[in-house]
Write a new protein. Structure first.
Ligand code: NDP
Length: 240
């Protein structure tokens, strides 16, 4: 049996592609999700990967959820913090709830999950954590003070945890995707999306599988010299 990998938000979109790529590479994968049971059931039927429902923004629920994964599959050696949401609007219209939900789901989740697996990784002297950030966490984005703050925080979190893990065989890296063709991006109004695509140097949206390939590279046993890095997979958008 391969290493155990836990992918948050692993049943849809980018997370689904990551779960499948890891399974195909021989990992024993657990895919977490938040509440869409139908999508999770269909995902598990399609892929044979077990799905675990728990809210990544809830510290206690995460500890219990990770304990279930460990009891079913074994200690988590690879963690991909991928679950994320958007609640876009300009700050003068944004409610506290829209701010708070995005910060808790996209950033506090990284603490909740990492906290649940880090002691085991330290004891075993091996761990791989990949956090899915965003080009909008690097550059900011109109209408996304909540999302850009959370993703920017995630990039800082990555570098701090990388320093803590380095001597223990634990690497921590981030991927900053650009616009990827998933449900999240399909919810952007077409006229806005058209303008976004016009600003992507390669001239198209990315594919979820293109992010998954980056994750696969970073979690590999032979990627142990890469830590605290951010891999930009965004068609060149990070340069603008
Ligand atoms: P999707 O909306 O397609 O899928 C989101 C996944 O996260 C689902 O599995 C969902 O579960 C899960 N999720 C959401 N909230 C929670 C929660 N509270 N607890 C547990 N799971 C939760 O998103 P994408 O695939 O597009 O995005 C994945 C990641 O990539 C996110 O972090 C996003 O910010 C980032 N990203 C995406 C980009 C894009 O262009 N798509 C660009 C840059 C970054 P459920 O099915 O139950 O709702």
């Amino acid at each position: 049996m391969g290493r155990v990998a836990l992918v948050t938000g692993g049943t849809r979109g980018i997370g689904e592609a990551i779960s499948v790529a890891l399974k195909d590479a021989g990992y024993s994968v657990a895919a977490n999700y938040g509440g869409n049971d139908d999508a999770a059931r269909q995902f598990s039927q399609r892929t044979g990967i077990p799905a675990y429902r728990f809210d990544v923004s809830d510290f206690e629920a995460v500890q219990a959820g990770v304990a279930r994964v460990v009891s079913d599959l074994g200690p988590v050696e690879v963690l991909v913090n991928n679950a994320g949401i958007t609640r876009d609007t300009t700050i003068h219209r944004m409610t506290f709830e829209q701010w708070d939900e995005v910060i808790r789901t996209n950033l506090t989740s990284c603490f909740n999950l990492s906290r649940a697996v880090i002691e085991g990784m330290r004891e075993r002297g091996f761990g791989r954590i990949v956090n899915i950030g965003s080009v909008n966490g690097q550059a900011g984005q109109y209408g996304q003070v909540n999302y850009a703050a959370a993703k920017s925080g995630l990039h800082g979190f990555t570098k701090a945890l990388a320093q803590e893990g380095a001597a223990k065989g634990i690497t921590v890296n981030a991927i900053a995707p650009g616009y990827i063709d998933t449900d999240m991006v399909r919810s952007v109004p077409p006229n806005v999306l058209e303008k976004i695509v016009a600003r992507i140097p390669v001239g198209r949206l990315g594919k979820a599988e293109e992010i998954a390939r980056g994750v696969l590279f970073l979690v590999g046993d032979d990627a142990g010299f890469i830590t605290g890095s951010t891999l930009s997979i965004n068609g060149g958008q990070h340069m603008y």
